[in-house]
Design a protein around this ligand. Sequence first.
Ligand code: GDP
Length: 376
Amino acid sequence: MCEINSHGGNVVVKKILELCLKNGATLAEPGEFTKRAFLNGRIDLLQAESVIDVINAKSEKEAKTGIKQLEGFLSQKINEIKKEIMDVMVNIEVTIDYPEYDTPDVTKKELSDMLDSVEEKLEKLEKSFDNGKIIKEGIKTVIIGRPNAGKSSLLNAILKEDRAIVTQYEGTTRDTIEEFVTVNGIPLKLIDTAGIRDAKDEVEKIGIEKSKELVKEADLIIAIFDSSEDLTKEDLEILDLIKNKKTIIILNKSDLKQKIDEKNEKLTKVSSDIIKISALNKTGIEKIYDKITELFNLNEINLDQDIVITNLRHKNLISKAIESVKKAKETMEQDMPLDIIAIFIKDILEDLGNITGEIVTEDIINEIFSKFCLGK
Ligand code: GDP
């Protein structure tokens, strides 16, 4: 290792670089340093991947899960599961390879206990991806309502919260803008809010077709109605559109004389989560956050204790490993010979090895590190 200090200025630096390259040095590629740490065995693939997660984190929760993974908590969990399998597998191998030796036979009970325990642990990890996805991507939320119901006012009330951190980027669907907001610790991905905020006419032009598309994509609908007026035909159309979705109904303009309330059957038919607010006076907004927290069990995500899967690659491999566990169990139930069951058990080990990168292919490694930026 050598470190070169030089005078500043582009020419000198460029000359030094040229000389180094001419004498056999190569330029670092994106993710080069993390990749080397991985290839030299200093960190495993899970930890390497978490470096990107930490860099790209949009919320504190996301950064926290990334850091936990970087510290090796998920790797440790996977290795624990692997060890549990290996302990039984070793005995199976001996029994298969050296039947003449007097080794203690692996009992069916031992094997099925191990498979049950492994399955339970893997399923817990798989399930944590629901939360992991929310932490990483936010709750995909669409604010819907007829013109003048108060969409922009509500949005502004949300975005003006002290703790709201907003990152804006192009949506996955054509022509939409997504906004990532962490408000009161809740990660929300608001879809198409630019249309609401900047170009009022645009919203009115969005029309029912586009709304349908947005509603279909959303994890959460915030449907806003003007409670100082009776429900209009347009309101009813909106209610029809969202009837099968996770919806919070907002009755806005609670400061005015009220025409509709929480007991309105047309509303209660669609959702029992109805909240009265005044977007203008910013009253009742907290109740929306409480409701979202409740609907998505956000209080149950305990980042200090639980291990949360946030990466789709890991989730898919865990699902695959669960499939292999199920197949191994089936073969056991069918009284198949030990060496057949062993094949499926080896599959489980292989899937888990792929997660930590022990037996991962070069293609996958290259793909993972191509997502890095230079200098990392
Ligand atoms: P949008 O068309 O759904 O985005 O509705 P806006 O947020 O632009 O609101 C339409 C009108 O209703 C504006 O004049 C707002 O000032 C007004 N408005 C919004 N929320 C309230 C509220 O809670 N109380 C009252 N009195 N007026 C409101």
